[in-house]
Write a protein that binds this ligand. Sequence first.
Ligand SMILES: [Zn+2]
Length: 297
Amino acid sequence: MSDGIIRALAYDGQVRVSAVICTDAVETARSCHDAFPTAIAALGRTMASTLLLSWGLKGEGHITLRIFGDGPLGGIIVTGDAQGNVKGYVQEPQTHLPLNSRGKLDVGGAIGNGDLYISKDIGLKEPYTGSVPLVTGEIGDDVASYLMTSEQTPSVVSVGVLVNPDYTVAAAGGIILQAMPNCDEEVLDDLEAKLQGVRPVSTLIHEGADIEDIIQNYLPGVEVQFLERNPVQWHCNCSRERISGLLKSIGVNELEDMIERDGETEVTCHFCSTRYHFDKAELEELLAGMKEDLAQL
Ligand SMILES: [Zn+2]
């Protein structure tokens, strides 16, 4: 099934539902970072979570999830925007651990103990940032804990990535169900009963489920009001221009040293691994531009 996200309401608007399929986006992330199964499962679950939490973003708004644990994976950073673009980075992509006791990729073990940070920039002056200690490091539970602690919203978050024997991504996606403030106790009880024994989202996607099917599978017999369906995709907004800006930000002296010492430089984008090479003439041009800017101050 092709990548996309659906926003919906259930139980007469008492529960907000969002489901995403992002198999292609996570596969692109895997190939950009040459990531091993445990690492891509962690990054892919974070990507799915980011997309699910992007509800309500508009225009230039974006959301960033950061996970810093003491496990072998190091940190994970994922950013998503209102257009369904997502990009992500994992510090040690060649991390792979033996399967855990439930026979699953050991994402919690690879992440270890640490914290989850979420910042949401909705176009206000300062982006809002909150954090919670990781509960299990399995990401879905951690995001749910964040939503309960920071936003007082009881939520169920299920995100998953299925990896093929050749390490490519077979399926990736997730679902979030959030109780709105007006939610009745009976609805919560019904929801809890329905969630017993649901199958992993990645399994459903691998079997060919579309996004609507995932929601129906989680909420059998419940009337669902589908609000919108939008595409999601891997997209890195790095460019030669942005990297030039980065080089300028190191300062005149450092840039002069770099030209003197190396005569060239190469900058690699953390997110998509694109390499930007600058030869001596290009660096000198940047330097001249900086000096010109300074002279005008
Ligand atoms: Zn990039």
